[in-house]
Write a protein that binds this ligand. Structure first.
Ligand SMILES: C[S@@+](CC[C@H](N)C(=O)[O-])C[C@H]1O[C@@H](n2cnc3c(N)ncnc32)[C@H](O)[C@@H]1O
Length: 225
């Protein structure tokens, strides 16, 4: 293919082109900048991925969203902007400092009334939540993805969309002997999904400014015949 983009530098350049064309203005941009200024790690989804989350939430008419891993609230803001008035987004963050930055970013974005930020390890805050949630975004510590999947199923309904980020990890997911707990968490998570009759799923590899990674997308409920 003429001009085929096969290098990481080109992946980022294509991302920038697509951002200019389709994602600008980015409603969560200020949150990303404020998080960087506050010294948070740049682990948020990219702008096209944030918009994908937003479009998915809109496409399914999500009124309730659960997010694992808030960081500075970048993906939270994209998702919360898809909610109708009266909607609700619960986001779980272990780090109190990150949560403080996220809270101010979310307030500044005018979304404080929709977002319920729970601070503490997710496995401690999850038992206090009431579902069901229409969309669940899993993007916290990947080693815990298997437990997060169990909780997601408990807090889901028929038709809930589950999205999980960082499931390719530059190809590391291929290694069955890995000692990396994040990769093991992702591999166990994918195996659980494959064996779970309540889930119908796919995974999409992505390249871009964030490198080579991918998302799992799973729907709760039997496949339609
Ligand atoms: C990849 S970042 C989240 C990025 C965010 N979803 C975004 O795209 O803007 C992962 C976050 O999960 C948080 N985290 C790690 N372990 C956690 C745990 N056990 N419970 C809740 N949050 C956790 C980290 O502190 C970090 O902020």
């Amino acid at each position: 293919m003429p001009g085929a983009a096969q290098e990481p530098g080109q992946w980022a350049a294509v991302d920038h082109y697509l951002i200019d064309q389709l994602i600008t203005p980015d409603p969560a941009h200020e949150a990303g900048e404020a998080s960087a200024a506050a010294g948070l790690p740049a682990h948020e989804v990219s702008p096209p991925q944030g918009k994908l989350l937003h479009l998915l939430a809109r496409a399914i008419g999500a009124r309730t969203i659960l997010e694992f891993g808030t960081l500075g609230g970048y993906s939270t803001i994209w998702l919360a902007r898809a909610l109708p008035a009266g909607g609700r987004l619960v986001t779980l963050e272990a780090d109190p400092g990150y949560a403080q930055t996220a809270r101010s970013n979310i307030e500044r974005a005018g979304l404080g009334g929709l977002v319920d930020l729970r601070v503490g390890p997710a496995l401690e805050t999850l038992p206090h939540l009431d579902g069901p949630f229409d969309l669940i975004f899993i993007d916290a510590d990947k080693r815990s993805n298997p437990e997060y999947l169990e909780w997601s199923l408990r807090l889901a309904r028929e038709g809930t969309l589950i999205v999980a980020d960082n499931v390719v990890r530059a190809g590391a997911v291929l290694d069955p002997e890995t000692e990396d707990p994040s990769v093991r968490g992702v591999r166990d998570f994918i195996a659980m999904i494959a064996a779970e009759p309540r889930l119908d799923a796919t995974a999409i590899q992505t390249v871009g400014a964030k490198g080579w990674d991918g998302f799992v997308l799973a729907v709760v409920g039997a496949e339609p015949r």
